[in-house]
Design a protein around this ligand. Structure first.
Ligand code: HEC
Length: 154
């Protein structure tokens, strides 16, 4: 078979261009294969950016030593208190109360007995330290501090 004959065959062969189509099918296939990864990574970058924004705004929400979102005094362990004690109810229940360390401990025990509060483990000390320091009974409070309270079942 000489060259001329080969060329002639190619031009008359209806499937001559199939090679080109196969090439494009391959390219499209590769794009389809890669796109989920591209989408995944761009989405990941987006999420990371959003997390940064949340962090920044959370930091800027502190004014005069008060975390504006929760109303808690910003002090050692306040994130633990915010995370733990805000899980079931408003943190205003914390900020509007004051008690001795024992008083706070009683509240926790009461919630554990009657309100399904879980064992606080190591965070209990952190929480009590924080509450004792920042939400201690005020000398001339508007309201008597929590003392010898008979906790009722709801
Ligand atoms: C498992 C859910 C849950 C968690 C977590 C929780 N509490 Fe409570 N707490 C309750 C419920 C339920 C009540 C009573 C319902 C109400 O008054 O809204 C309550 C009531 C209170 C009260 C008011 C008590 C009263 O009636 O005078 C205080 C103070 C309080 N919680 C403090 C805390 C502190 C501090 C923490 C973190 C250590 C905490 N809570 C975590 C469920 C929880």
């Amino acid at each position: 078979m000489n060259l001329d004959q080969e060329d002639l065959e190619k031009e008359t062969d209806p499937f001559f261009h199939i090679d080109g189509i196969v090439k494009w099918v391959r390219i499209v296939f590769i794009i389809i294969l890669i796109s989920p990864f591209v989408l995944y990574f761009t989405a990941k970058i987006d999420i990371e950016k959003q997390e940064k924004i949340v962090e920044i705004s959370a930091e800027s929400l502190i004014e005069n030593g008060i975390d504006l979102e929760s109303g808690l005094i910003v002090d050692e362990g306040y994130e633990v208190v915010r995370g733990t004690c805000g899980a079931c109810h408003s943190l205003s229940l914390v900020t509007q109360n004051s008690a001795t360390r024992e008083g706070w401990k009683d509240v926790i025990v009461w919630m554990q007995k009657t309100q399904k509060l879980w064992d606080l483990g190591e965070s209990e000390v952190v929480i009590l330290d924080y509450l004792e320091k920042n939400y201690a009974p005020k000398e001339q409070g508007r309201r008597a501090s929590l003392k010898n309270i008979e906790w009722y079942e709801l």
